[in-house]
Write a protein of this length. Structure first.
Length: 474
C-alpha cells in the first residue's frame, strides 16, 4: 500500500464494533461500517480499475466512470464488501482483544452492500475459553509392564500374514475373517427409503452403515450364504449428520451377493525371503525388535492417557453447545495422522476414519478440551516445536510406507495433517514435562487393562498391543 493510499485510508471514518457473549467460548460481534467508508472504498476501487480498463473508442484509463461501473460494478461491489467487512472484523478482534479460534461464522453471499447508508454485519466466532489449570505436581500415573512375550510375537506374525494374504471368492458360508459384498437398502423409522447401493463391501464384524453402528452385524453376517437376506436394526446416534434421523430407528436390509475368504501365506523360508530376510528366525528376530519398540510406545501411550484423563477431570472448561464442522474435521485428521505413525495400512486407516465419523462430535468435544488445556500448558512451559522436528517425524512415517518424505509432506499438507502432526509433537512434549514430576508406580498390564476396559478411549493411544508395523526389512 502506497503512502497516498494510507493518507486516504486515514481520512475515512472507521467501522465500529460491539461484542457480546453468545454462549460458552463463543462471541457475537456486531460491525457497523459507515456509509462514507463504503463510498470511499468504492471510489478507490473504481479509480484503480479505470487506470487499466480498456473500452472501444477510449484511451486506456480515460473511459467514463459510468461505463466502468456498468461493466464491473457488481464484481467491484462484492470485492469492496469483503474488504470492508474483513477490515472491520480484524479491527474488532484487536480492539476487544479476542483470541479467535478459526474463521468467523458468517455468509457474506447473503449480505448486500447498501446503495446508501451504513452496513451492519453480525457474526459469531469461537474463542479460546478462559479457565484455570489444575495442580500438575505429582499426578498419579501407573506404568504397565508390557513384555514382548512369545504370545505377542505370534500375534505379530499372524498380523503380518494377514497383511500379505490373498483374497478369493468363496461359496462357503461367511466366516468371521471374511468380507461380504451385498446390495444395501436403508429405511427410516417411517419406512422411507433413505439410501440404496449395490455391491457394498462389508466385513463380518461390528460396523457402520449410513452413519449408524450395528454391533450385531458380525454375528448376523457370519454363517450367511450368497443369496441370503440379512436385516439389521439400530438407533441412529444423537449427533447423526442428518437431524431427521437422530435417535430414530434405522433398518438395513443386506442381500448377500458375494463372499471372499483370505488365504494366508505360510511362514516359511520363501515368505521370509520375500520380506528381505535370510530365514524365518531372522524375520522373527526383526519382528521382536519392532515389537519391543512398539511396546515402549504403548507404555508411554497408556501413561499419557492417564495424564489426559487427570487434566480433563480436574479442569472446569465449558465448550460451545454446538461444535463446528471444522473441529470435527480436526478430529478425523488427527486420528488419521496417529494411525499413519503406527504404520497402519492406508486401506485400514480409511476404514477406521469412516467408523470414527459416527462419533466424531463426542470425540471432538474431548479433543477440543484437551487442545485448549495442553495449549495453555505448552505456553506455561514455553514448549515449542521446530520445523526440523516435524520433518523428522514425517521422514519416519515415510519410511514405514516406503514413500518419499517430500511427497508425503505435500500430501499431509494438502489434507491439513501437518498442523495435527505439529500438535501431536507439542502434546508429547507437554506429557513428558508432566511425567517428570508425576508419581509413577509400576503395575501388571492386566490390572491396568481392566481399569481401561470400561473407559471410553480418548484417542488412538493406550495399551493396545495387537501387532507391529508391517514394514519389511529395508
Amino acid at each position: 500500500m502506497t503512502q497516498v493510499e494510507e493518507t486516504v485510508e486515514d481520512k475515512l471514518p472507521k467501522a465500529t464494533s460491539t461484542v457480546s457473549d453468545a454462549g460458552a467460548a463463543r462471541k457475537t460481534i456486531k460491525l457497523e461500517i459507515p456509509a462514507e467508508r463504503i463510498a470511499g472504498k468504492l471510489e478507490e476501487a473504481f479509480g484503480e480499475l479505470r487506470k487499466d480498463a480498456v473500452f472501444p473508442g477510449f484511451r486506456r484509463g480515460r473511459a467514463p466512470k459510468r461505463l466502468v461501473e456498468k461493466r464491473f460494478g457488481g464484481d467491484l461491489r462484492s470485492t469492496v464488501k469483503q474488504q470492508v467487512v474483513a477490515e472491520a472484523y480484524q479491527a474488532a478482534i484487536e480492539e476487544h482483544k479476542l483470541d479467535a479460534v478459526g474463521e468467523p461464522d458468517v455468509d457474506l453471499s447473503k449480505i448486500d452492500l447498501p446503495e446508501t447508508g451504513s452496513l451492519t454485519v453480525t457474526l459469531e466466532i469461537e474463542v479460546k475459553p478462559e479457565f484455570a489449570l489444575p495442580s500438575i505436581e505429582k499426578i498419579a500415573v501407573k506404568r504397565p509392564k508390557l513384555e514382548a512375550s512369545d504370545e505377542r510375537l505370534d500375534l505379530a506374525v499372524e498380523n503380518l500374514r494377514r497383511y500379505f494374504g490373498n483374497w478369493h471368492e468363496s461359496t462357503e458360508p461367511a466366516k468371521e475373517s471374511d468380507t461380504i459384498t451385498a446390495d444395501v437398502k436403508v429405511t427410516g423409522e417411517d419406512g422411507t427409503v433413505m439410501a440404496e447401493q449395490e455391491q457394498v463391501t462389508l466385513a463380518a464384524k461390528p460396523g457402520a452403515i449410513s452413519g449408524v453402528r450395528f454391533e450385531d452385524m458380525g454375528e448376523k453376517l457370519v454363517g450367511s450364504k450368497i443369496g441370503d437376506t440379512v436385516t439389521l436394526e439400530a438407533a441412529a446416534p444423537a449427533d447423526h449428520p442428518d437431524e431427521k434421523l437422530r435417535g430414530k430407528k434405522i433398518t438395513v436390509v443386506l442381500i448377500i451377493k458375494g463372499i471372499k475368504h483370505q488365504h494366508l501365506p505360510e511362514v516359511n523360508a520363501e515368505f521370509a525371503s520375500m520380506l528381505g530376510f535370510d530365514s524365518v528366525d531372522a524375520l522373527k528376530a526383526d519382528l521382536k525388535e519392532r515389537l519391543v519398540t512398539q511396546l515402549e510406545q504403548e507404555t508411554k501411550g497408556a501413561m499419557a492417557q492417564q495424564v489426559y484423563r487427570y487434566l480433563l477431570s480436574n479442569t472446569p472448561l465449558d465448550l460451545p453447545a454446538k461444535l463446528s464442522q471444522r473441529q470435527m474435521g480436526n478430529v478425523l485428521r488427527r486420528r488419521a495422522t496417529e494411525l499413519m505413525q503406527k504404520g497402519m495400512p492406508e486401506s485400514e486407516i480409511v476404514h477406521q476414519i469412516d467408523q470414527l465419523r459416527i462419533s466424531s462430535a463426542q470425540q471432538a468435544a474431548v479433543d477440543l478440551r484437551l487442545f485448549f488445556i495442553l495449549g495453555k500448558l505448552a505456553e506455561q512451559f514455553g514448549i515449542e516445536v521446530s520445523d526440523e522436528e516435524v520433518n523428522a517425524r514425517i521422514a519416519s512415517i515415510a519410511v514405514q510406507y516406503g514413500r518419499r518424505p517430500e511427497k508425503l509432506k505435500s500430501q499431509m499438507g494438502n489434507s491439513g495433517q501437518i498442523e495435527q502432526l505439529y500438535l501431536q509433537i507439542r502434546d508429547g512434549k507437554v506429557v513428558d514435562k508432566l511425567l517428570e514430576t508425576a508419581e509413577i508406580s509400576d503395575v501388571d498390564e492386566k490390572t491396568l487393562a481392566e481399569e481401561f476396559k470400561n473407559l471410553p478411549p480418548l484417542s488412538n493411544i493406550g495399551p493396545n498391543v495387537t501387532g507391529v508395523s508391517h514394514a519389511a526389512k529395508a
